[in-house]
Design a protein around this ligand. Structure first.
Ligand code: HEC
Length: 474
């Protein structure tokens, strides 16, 4: 393999992959500006002859940090509201309500063509277009995970469903993207420090027959250029239904510096503006690092099980509002298309490059037992970069909880690697190659070998972005 042989020949360049490589000297001919240089590609897939509106990557990232006055108003609210341990109340919902309003403002009106938001700018993460699960060209959605039979409701007998998603970054968060990707050929994670005020919002859509899921009545449908099913790479333009909206907020008041929240679509609310049918599932401000006694189960969701011993997530207890859903491990926050043995924070805390650990313990080649010392490494309150947090593994660089940042850099390096060929000028005086090198230190493993939870083997050989799918047990 090219990657391996290059690695062998130029061992030692690994450490300089994170932009420490000196810029190449300009050379006549070779460094002529290719068309569009300075712009990142917008998407990876669009059918021949498609005449509808297409996705544009919002990529004019702010060069300076935004003014503090632009910090969203909901930062003044207490995200816990009047929540007290063992006694759930609804105060936290005001925070979620305001946070939702902020994400919607101007974006709903612009039909989520966020570069046209008339109130404030929002942006996208570059380098999500590459590879078989990369961005499609209608909405910019990437292929994420499989939706298992019974995952969304006991009536959902359809299998082979899939999730597609697209994330949007406010100007605080986008400033960080711009810093990391300032040099388009040398992404530099040393700039990965999201400032207070950063908000990232992600819409998730499913390809399942909506009539099988009561909460997907009166759905919000988007057309996407999507695969026939999760296992397929053959695409066509088809509708998907909104199921979930995820948010990440950089707020100094939480133990880690990040707050996670999610909303689930419930068409039974029959709200006049269908976007308002996104009801809050909950908020997670910590990872409950002491909660380790495993009482996980993935029954097909007939009721939402709120676990009283979880202290750093609050979950919506209004059963009329929130459709029955599974949560994360031991009741930590997770959404309907997330893995029940994980949590928002536990996956996101692994964001680092080189990628040295899996996003969840059960994906490790030699998985730990639920609740043991090694398992609990995924359930700690790691700090964000501004609070002095380091990488999940020694010798890596933290990406400040942002997984798309990691995947973008990984995709970039794959592309660089796969295009093959070496420029003579890339060889320095010592015979070392001065270019970004693949930096996946962990061996490539066959994901089917790690299939400990009855999770389906991944059909795509290169699917780092996939969220593990849940397997509800009927
Ligand atoms: C199993 C791991 C996993 C879990 C659990 C998980 N995520 Fe993510 N998340 C990902 C991956 C992988 C991506 C990047 C893929 C993409 O969006 O294209 C991502 C992307 C995101 C993004 C876009 C910014 C970023 O970091 O890339 C947001 C916002 C987000 N997730 C929020 C949440 C919230 C809120 C929850 C819990 C309700 C959650 N996530 C649970 C794996 C996970």
């Amino acid at each position: 393999m090219l990657r391996r042989s290059l690695m062998a020949r130029i061992a030692g360049c690994l450490a300089i992959a994170l932009a420490a490589c000196p810029a190449r000297a300009a050379e006549p001919g070779r460094d002529a500006e290719p068309a569009g240089k300075g712009r990142f590609p917008d998407f990876g897939f669009l059918p021949q002859g498609y005449a509808g509106r297409i996705f544009k990557l919002s990529q004019d990232y702010p060069a300076a940090p935004p003014d503090r006055a632009a910090i969203p108003r909901f930062f003044g609210l207490d995200f816990r509201g009047d929540w007290v341990e063992g006694y759930l109340r609804t105060g936290w919902k005001s925070y979620m309500q305001e946070l939702r309003r902020y994400c919607f403002e101007g974006n709903v009106e612009a039909d989520w063509r966020v570069e046209e938001n008339g109130v404030r700018r929002w942006y996208h993460m570059p380098w999500q277009h590459y590879g078989p699960i990369g961005r499609e060209g209608i909405r910019g959605m990437t292929k994420e995970a499989e939706v298992k039979k019974y995952q969304l409701a006991s009536t959902q007998t359809f299998s082979g469903g899939q999730t597609y998603a697209v994330a949007y970054y406010n100007e605080f968060a986008a400033y960080t993207i711009g810093k990391v990707w300032k040099d388009h050929e040398h992404p530099d994670l040393r700039g990965a420090e999201f400032p207070r005020g950063s908000v990232i919002c992600k819409l998730l859509f499913v390809d399942v027959p909506t009539e099988q899921v009561p909460s997907l009545v009166d759905p919000i449908l988007w057309q996407g250029y999507i695969c026939d099913n999760f296992a397929s790479n053959n695409r066509s333009v088809r509708p998907l239904a909104l199921i979930q909206m995820d948010v990440m907020v950089r707020d100094d008041r939480t133990p880690t510096g990040w707050l996670f929240g999610t909303y689930q679509y419930n068409g039974m609310m029959k709200r006049p503006n269908r976007w308002d049918n996104l009801v809050p599932v909950g908020v997670q401000w910590g990872n409950d690092e002491d909660n380790r006694r495993d009482h996980y189960h993935t029954r097909c969701p007939e009721r939402t099980e709120i676990v009283a011993t979880i202290r750093e997530s609050v979950i919506n207890e209004d059963r009329d509002e929130l459709p029955a859903t599974h949560l994360g491990w031991n009741g930590r926050l997770n959404g309907p298309v997330d893995n029940p043995r994980s949590s928002c924070m536990s996956c996101h805390a692994t964001a680092q490059y080189p990628i040295k650990s899996e996003m969840a313990p059960f994906f490790e080649r030699n998985p730990p037992s639920p609740g043991d010392e090694r398992w609990m490494r995924w359930f700690k309150n790691y700090k964000c970069t501004s609070k002095g947090g380091g990488p999940f593994d020694e010798g890596s660089h933290p990406a400040d909880f942002c997984i798309q940042l990691v995947q973008g850099i990984d995709n970039f390096h794959r592309w660089w690697d796969e295009r093959g060929g070496i420029f003579a000028s890339e060889y320095g005086a010592q015979g070392t190659l001065e270019r970004p090198q693949p930096t996946r230190d962990r061996p490539e493993t066959d994901r089917s070998e790690r299939n400990d939870l009855g999770l389906q083997p991944k059909p795509l050989s290169d699917a780092p972005r996939d969220r593990p799918a849940t397997k509800p047990r009927p």
